[in-house]
Write a protein that binds this ligand. Structure first.
Ligand code: AMP
Length: 396
């Protein structure tokens, strides 16, 4: 069964075509700058990569080209070979708590909630509509980044702000990276043959979030109403005092949306180091003695360590800690720096085991109180698994 896993943005469309249940990636690619002058696409298949520049005024054109290329590159014989399309959506609002089958009614509800993710959801919805048009008879699903976090209790998801903000405007913690945290939960639970694990899942990439999971249910997560909250990230600040906005705005004359943009795009590793949002660049600068890069790395590690300690308390003692995403999977030195700061939990990293990148591995010592694993994430596969399951149910 061939399933397309899709992640559409306002001007981009990423796809992975996966053979299920074998989990084999048949092709993947990216359509970029859709609607702009220099639009282009890349498709990878069988170790080869094609790159073409072509006018794509909208997502429908990109989807049409994708379908033509899949056939002309002999990746599929006809469109009938595609038996499901799963769409990633950043924000499902409070209503969507699991993956759903896409239809016109769902699209309407998503549009009602556009306010909650004005930068992300519109592009994804445009992508969904384009695929619904191109493949009208194929089951399509929506997989929400927020859904896995729907099990949080009020005590965790409410902010201590006027209650009407929640009642009238849906202001609450939603949490993000849910598809990745769910994949980590599934992978480590299957590996350890347990479905009752207390897991601290750390998704540390350009964006980052830490999630406390108990027996498959999220207890708390570090991102909040938006992905701005929680740990320090590549360009996002994470948790800060909200009063800073008014204070700095009065000094600089910046509007609230300009200041929010500063917190999303000019803060985090980039803001502190002044070097880059990419952890590799910051690591290199720190090695050369750049003081602000050294400071940025220390702050970054400390904020993650603080969440790990806090969630260990919330879970009443974690059974396992997992690290994933770009930094979590690849940065040997950052992993060490983080766990140097959680020694109170009796967690010990084995420098030899930690000397790996991008592969499933135990990196803690045998006498570490909590085992620590690197677990490469695969959100596309999680989307394909959900879509396959709904496609099979639909056939019954
Ligand atoms: P992601 O958002 O998951 O793609 O992660 C992006 C982050 O992962 C960037 O900060 C990269 O610098 C970091 N990253 C990717 N590969 C490596 C690596 N080999 N060593 C250190 N950091 C890496």
């Amino acid at each position: 069964m061939k399933i397309l896993s899709v992640n559409a943005g306002s001007s981009s469309l990423k796809f992975t075509l996966i053979e299920m249940p074998e989990k084999t990636t048949l092709a993947s690619g990216l359509f970029e700058k859709i609607g702009l002058v220099d639009s282009r696409y890349t498709i990878k298949h069988n170790g080869e990569k094609i790159v073409k520049e072509i006018s794509m005024p909208d997502h429908s054109k990109a989807v049409d080209i994708l379908m033509e290329e899949l056939i002309s590159m002999h990746i599929i014989n006809s469109l009938d070979d595609i038996e499901g399309v799963g769409h990633r959506l950043v924000h499902g609002g409070p209503e969507f708590t699991k993956t759903v089958v896409l239809n016109d009614e769902v699209i309407e509800k998503l549009i009602e909630n556009i306010d909650l993710a004005p930068l992300h959801n519109p592009g994804s919805i445009t992508g969904m509509k384009a695929f619904m048009q191109a493949l009208p008879n194929v089951i399509q699903t929506v997989v929400f980044d927020t859904a896995f976090h729907a099990t949080m209790e009020e005590t965790e998801y409410l902010y201590p702000v006027p209650y009407e903000w929640y009642e009238k405007y849906k202001v609450r913690k939603y949490g993000f990276h849910g598809t990745s945290h769910r994949f980590i939960n599934k992978t480590i639970s299957e590996y350890l043959h347990r479905d009752d694990l207390k897991i601290i899942s750390c998704h540390i990439g350009n964006g980052g979030s830490v999630t406390a999971i108990n027996a498959g249910k999220v207890v708390d997560t570090s991102m909040g109403f938006t992905p701005l909250a929680g740990i320090m990230m590549g360009t996002r600040c994470g948790d800060i005092d909200a009063s800073i906005l008014e204070y700095v705005g009065k000094k600089t004359g910046e509007s609230l949306s300009e200041l929010t943009n500063d917190l999303n795009k000019k803060s985090g590793l980039l803001g502190i180091s002044g070097v880059s949002s990419d952890s590799r660049d910051v690591e290199d600068a720190a090695k050369e003695g750049n003081k602000r890069a050294i400071l940025a790395e220390k702050m970054y590690a400390q904020k993650i360590a603080n969440y790990i300690v806090m969630y260990n308390n919330l879970l009443g003692g974690a059974d396992v800690i997992c690290l994933t995403a770009g930094v979590g999977e690849n940065s040997i030195s950052m992993r060490q720096m983080i766990f140097d700061r959680v020694k109170t939990l009796g967690v010990k990293i084995d420098p030899v085991r930690n000397d790996i990148r991008g592969k499933f591995s135990l990196i803690s010592t045998d006498d570490s109180k909590i085992p620590v694993y690197v677990v490469p994430t695969n959100e596309e596969l999680m989307i394909a698994i959900d879509t396959m399951e709904l496609a099979l149910q639909n056939k019954k």
